[in-house]
Design a protein around this ligand. Structure first.
Ligand code: PMP
Length: 354
């Protein structure tokens, strides 16, 4: 730490992103990326946009907003695009939380929430999940705090129904409920339609997973016009040109190529179910994930040991060395071939242990 670093931030423990190794080629199942490349249309539009990069991008993202409004069946004023969904989540912490509106989220969820709370000096509460790793919605009914719920949750993969989300939203009319739908396209129910009925719900989604654009950094929020205006105040006070031209073009391409998107989501869901069955056959306990990852543990091998053994054999998965998660691993669902390779390697490791 330099002697210039503000004490405001010096005690901050930053978020640890999953490994992005450059030194060796791994079968990479650790950061929930798509195994499929971006849609050919997204790639072509991004390439075309590269030639105009001497000009600033449109801070209002009009072309992208128009396409998305049609795609999601909402009005343009209900949408805000950000540099990955991490950015809109941070904006939501900044805009809707303070000491009178502390944040609340499950104790097992996306690891960035406590970091955003700490960064913005927001008090927060973490509510334990049930023993089966599901969220007890009763814990959030009328809680009178700004609620952050990843639905489906990460890294458990378990989803709540829209009806359950609605109960939480309806019972907290004076607080914002942020529903982080980063993984919703792989089999969960979206709460986007609730944004038309309630002015206190913000749904966040990303192009990083189901639309194969993790490296382009594109996320968005859908909410009432007033919530979006508030978030725009934060955006225009930090980085008005937060979406670059190539990403904006790629986003339009990804939305227009609906067939490619739907086909890929279906493949991932199929590969997930197949891998789940294979892991169960090998004795693993696996949650009912509705995402592009699997959350699993085995009595035959510890979480860290499996992670390290797989890494040695060239397969990367995500291990969280925290008291609540250390027995488990999170495995991104890749292509059919990748998952066959993964299962084969796990089987080898278990055999070698005998
Ligand atoms: N929410 C959840 C639950 C996530 O797992 C992630 C991915 N790490 C994000 C949001 C952020 O994704 P991105 O910034 O790539 O849109």
């Amino acid at each position: 730490m330099s002697r210039f670093f503000s004490p405001k931030y010096s005690s901050l423990t930053p978020y640890t992103p999953g490994e992005q190794p450059q030194e060796r080629k791994y079968l990479k199942l650790n950061t929930n990326e798509s195994p499929f490349p971006p849609s050919p249309l997204a790639q072509r539009l991004a390439r075309d946009a590269a030639g105009d990069c001497q000009l600033y991008s449109d801070p209002e993202c009009r072309a992208l907003v128009n396409t998305a409004a049609e795609s999601f069946g909402v009005e343009k004023e209900n949408l805000l695009f950000t540099n990955g969904s991490d950015e809109i989540l941070n904006f939501a912490f900044m805009a809707f939380c303070d000491s009178e509106h502390p944040a609340v989220f499950p104790n097992i969820t996306y690891g960035f929430y406590p970091v955003f709370a700490e960064l913005n000096k927001i008090p927060y509460e973490e509510i334990p999940l049930k023993d089966d790793f599901s969220i007890d919605i009763n814990d959030y009914i009328g809680i009178n705090k700004t609620i952050f719920i990843a639905n489906p949750n990460a890294p458990t993969g378990i989803a709540l129904s829209k009806a359950d989300i609605e109960k939480i939203v309806a019972s907290n009319p004076d607080n914002v409920v942020v529903v982080d739908e980063a993984y919703v396209d792989f089999g969960a129910e979206s709460s986007v339609s609730l944004t038309k009925k309630y002015d206190n719900v913000l749904v966040c989604q990303t192009f990083s997973k189901s639309r194969s654009l993790a490296g382009a950094r594109l996320g968005f929020g859908i909410g009432s016009k007033e919530l979006i205006n508030d978030l725009n105040t934060i955006k225009y006070s930090t980085n008005p040109y937060n979406i670059n031209r190539m990403t904006m073009a790629a986003g339009i391409g990804a939305l227009c190529d609906k067939e490619y998107f739907e086909k890929n989501c279906l493949k991932i869901a199929e590969n997930r179910e197949q891998t789940r069955r294979e892991l169960q056959k090998l004795g693993f306990w696996v949650t009912d994930s509705k995402t592009n990852f699997i959350f699993a543990k085995s009595d035959k091998i510890g979480g860290k040991e499996l992670y390290l053994s797989l890494k040695e054999k060239g397969v990367l998965i995500r291990h969280f060395e925290t008291p609540l998660l250390k027995d488990y691993n999170r495995i991104t669902v890749g292509s059919k071939e990748q998952m066959e390779e993964f299962i084969k390697t796990v089987r080898e490791i278990l055999e070698e242990k005998q």
